[in-house]
Design a protein around this ligand. Structure first.
Ligand code: NAG
Ligand code: NAG
Ligand code: NAG
Ligand code: NAG
Ligand code: NAG
Ligand code: NAG
Ligand code: NAG
Ligand code: NAG
Ligand code: NAG
Length: 519
């Protein structure tokens, strides 16, 4: 246990002393130093796996039998993990910076919305958590999808390698499984569709294993793997293309329900859904699970490798997704982008030193908390990095840290939609991701901000930036599937309190995003 405490950093002085002792031991091999050195064992390694669009609410972890056993059962499963914005590029930008979208200013998946834009590269990316890990002596490896516009010509091409990474294997553009281009440390590498050579989930795993073989063992390592699964086009590995043949999307909760008392976009879908939409979403649901089986293998092989290298007991492994997903909820066929639980809740499991096995923790944890938690483990002084999120190491490993969980947080989203998109004339301009029956998944006025409380009362309060200034309020205790908007029933003073909190959170920076008790 003593080594665990030292490994996750106490005072800077203590760390310096440890480093001195370690160096002395290494180079002079002073026998007298050895007892002290067991106290300052090597800083812990960290592995972070971030999947693309994996929900938790609709059973997204069900196919992950091995990952659930090797990470969740060996450590902690968070039952209230959320993204602060349910869309890939803004959410990933929050993961890297530990900031809310209003502070990193990545609004959507386009370059013009700052996804991997020159402004992002200049400001936020240079202060992202890998930079601090690298400064603190970590050897770092990246494999997989990065940000949706990454590697495009207008975003600096494959030559652009973000700071902080020693080994960089990033996908150009959005998730695919075959026929893609990678930036391998700034050089273009093209891939075809031979399963044994090109399947992206397997390829990034294989490269991370090589990285582990080639590393210099004196340094701790950080590995981030970002497989395309379970994002479209849902190309499963050949051996899994027949799996889950009888699985259909769950029919409970808000499946195929009308969004009658909800904001404008949710009042448009055809209800009940046409059979063609139901068949389409069932097929997507099944294929999403198939693609996840390769991620499940990834976790098993990686854990085995860490065990072989005798590093497993000194390594934290985080498993999370960038956002949730829906298949048929409120009659929307497939996508994310909505404020409801299915889109904002994400899976989160962690194992590692100081974390007791088989725990399920209800403390609310956000995607903006990943960066501070990782830096906390690495011994970085968090008061010097000014992130909006907070370390959840105290919740996972109280023997290492003390600290209180937050009681409420912000979810914010800027709707996508182009006047030029060949959407549906009857609905007007500014819609996006429309199905042939004019059911659209997004619109420019699907722009909202919500306060979500969990401690005390389990409530969600959302305001829309649309022509109706629409408000939605849900009591998640009595109505977990958000079937009834209670804005007209609820005590007006409660609405006022929530509105005040929302206003404060929408302009919070750093500690004012965390210090909930003041408002
Ligand atoms: C962290 O940084 C803050 C601000 O620079 C400083 O006041 C504090 O002493 C530091 N904490 C540790 C443990 O080094
Ligand atoms: C993109 O980021 C820059 C600088 O961070 C900011 O000035 C600009 O307003 C952002 N763009 C959008 C659309 O938010
Ligand atoms: C990859 O590209 C080749 C050549 O264009 C094409 O024939 C093949 O169908 C593509 N494979 C996949 C899985 O998309
Ligand atoms: C990954 O490595 C395994 C084991 O060596 C090999 O069978 C497989 O073909 C490799 N896959 C890719 C995409 O590199
Ligand atoms: C980790 O396991 C190795 C053997 O696999 C053992 O030598 C070492 O003491 C263990 N470290 C901790 C921190 O438990
Ligand atoms: C946390 O607080 C408890 C009670 O105040 C104390 O006994 C314990 O040593 C603290 N743990 C850490 C890691 O500081
Ligand atoms: C992304 O945000 C920018 C800036 O607000 C906007 O110009 C652009 O149209 C948005 N992209 C989409 C697809 O909505
Ligand atoms: C949202 O945008 C659509 C398309 O432009 C428009 O028809 C609709 O009235 C808008 N609704 C609200 C509430 O702003
Ligand atoms: C939410 O529902 C629970 C259970 O029915 C109830 O006890 C609580 O008072 C409700 N909260 C609000 C704010 O309506």
């Amino acid at each position: 246990m003593a080594s665990l405490k030292a490994s996750s950093g106490q005072s800077a002085l203590h760390r310096t002393l440890c480093a001195v002792v370690r160096v002395t031991a290494l180079f002079l091999a002073l026998a007298a130093c050895l007892p002290r050195c067991t106290e300052c064992a090597k800083t812990s390694n960290i592995v972070l796996i971030v999947t693309d669009d994996q929900d938790v609410q609709l059973g997204g972890l069900t196919p992950m039998k091995k990952a659930s056993a090797l990470i969740g059962d060996a450590g902690v499963t968070f039952s209230n993990a959320f993204t602060v914005t349910p869309l890939c590029c803004p959410s990933r930008s929050s993961i890297f910076t530990g900031k809310y979208p209003h502070n990193h200013e990545v609004r959507n998946n386009s370059l013009s919305g700052n996804c991997s834009s020159p402004a992002w590269q200049k400001d936020s990316e240079s202060l992202a958590f890998p930079v601090y890990l690298s400064k603190n002596g970590y050897q770092t490896f990246y494999g997989g999808k990065y940000l949706n516009q990454y590697g495009k010509k207008e975003a600096g091409g494959v030559e652009h390698v973000p700071p902080g990474w020693d080994q960089w294997n990033a996908l150009v553009g959005n998730s695919v499984y075959y026929n893609y281009t990678l930036s391998v440390n700034g050089k273009e590498e093209k891939h075809g569709d031979d399963y044994n050579k090109d399947y992206l989930t397997d390829l990034i795993l294989n490269r991370s294993l090589h990285f582990l073989d080639d590393r210099s063992p004196q340094h701790p390592f950080f590995i981030m793997l970002s497989p395309p699964a379970p994002h479209s086009p849902w190309t499963a590995a050949p051996q899994y293309q027949k799996a889950f043949g009888d699985v259909k999307a769950p029919r409970d909760g808000s499946f195929n329900k009308p969004g009658k008392d909800k904001h404008w976009l949710l009042r448009q879908p055809v209800n009940p859904m046409p059979e063609s939409s139901v068949n389409y979403l069932d097929d997507a649901f099944q294929k999403r699970w198939q693609t996840l089986l390769s991620v499940d293998d990834m976790v098993e092989i990686l854990v085995k490798k860490l065990e072989d290298l005798k590093e497993l007991n000194n390594t934290y492994i985080f498993y999370m997704s960038d956002n949730g997903y829906h298949t048929g909820q409120f009659s929307l066929p497939i996508d994310k982008r909505q404020l409801y639980e299915f889109d904002i809740r994400v899976p989160l499991m962690v194992r590692g030193p100081g974390i007791q096995a088989k725990q399920t923790l209800p403390a609310p944890v956000l995607n903006i908390d990943l960066a501070p938690t990782i830096l906390d483990i690495a011994g970085v002084n968090l008061t010097q990095v000014n992130m909006d999120g907070q370390s959840f190491l105290p919740q996972m490993a109280p023997s290492l840290r003390n600290g209180t969980a937050r009681s409420f947080f912000l979810v914010e989203y800027t709707g996508e939609g182009h006047p030029s998109e060949p959407a549906c004339p009857k609905l007007g301009p500014g819609l996006a991701h429309c199905f042939p029956d004019c059911t659209c998944e997004d619109a420019f006025n699907n722009t909202y901000a919500c306060v979500r409380t969990l401690t005390g009362c389990n409530l969600q309060y959302c305001e829309f930036a649309d022509s109706e200034a629409f408000v939605e309020v849900y009591n998640l205790t009595s109505d977990p599937h958000q079937l009834e908007n209670i804005v007209k029933k609820v005590d007006p003073t409660l609405l006022q309190t929530m509105n005040q909190r929302l206003i404060k959170l929408q302009s919070c920076v750093g500690s004012s995003c965390r210090d909930n008790s003041k408002y």
